[in-house]
Design a protein around this ligand. Sequence first.
Ligand code: GSH
Length: 204
Amino acid sequence: MQLIGMLDSPYVRRVAVSMKLMGIDFEHQSVSVFRDFDRFREVNPVVKAPTLVCDDGTVLMDSTLILDYLEGLVAPERRLMPAAGKARQEALRLTGLALAACDKGVTLLYERERRPSEKFHEPWYERSLGQALAAYAALEDAAGRAGPWLQGEGPNAADVVTAVAWRFGQYYNAELVPAWKFPALARFSARAEELPAFASTPLD
Ligand SMILES: N[C@@H](CCC(=O)N[C@@H](CS)C(=O)NCC(=O)O)C(=O)O
């Protein structure tokens, strides 16, 4: 399998770290949706990262859908997403918060770096920042109760996406999302980044 996309995308990094934790072999190709648009388009005409080229050549996109497919390939004990019940509900809640933090962080970044400065729209930027901060605040609350991981003794799907969301936010939007306001999340993230699956998948 081939995973296409840059690791500074939280969605690509989420999939890469998850695949390592699940023990799924893959080849990673660092292709940029911006700098390598034409090359990316040859694999996926929609040019979305992450893109997964499956062993049979099928092309999947969207981190959540890719992970849904991958979870079905491994034995139940290797899966990262709780199968059912309260644990699954909580994993989905946390995942939604972390993905919202990522989505809003990407919006902030694109507003700053992709939009011509004369078209910058301050109210939209502030709205997006408020939404990102609300998502991180809810994750801070969850991280404050972690023991040591968000849902127990081993890292799961919610841990991966939360840690990836925090690292991405600190890399691109640290001044807007100050670490001192989210101490539990910062501690949680540092612990996650020490895991081999994270450390061998650096954002930068
Ligand atoms: N919901 C998607 C978001 C993916 C996404 O927006 N990826 C960005 C890179 S961080 C991208 O492909 N940007 C290029 C574009 O949308 O044109 C996921 O979870 O994979």
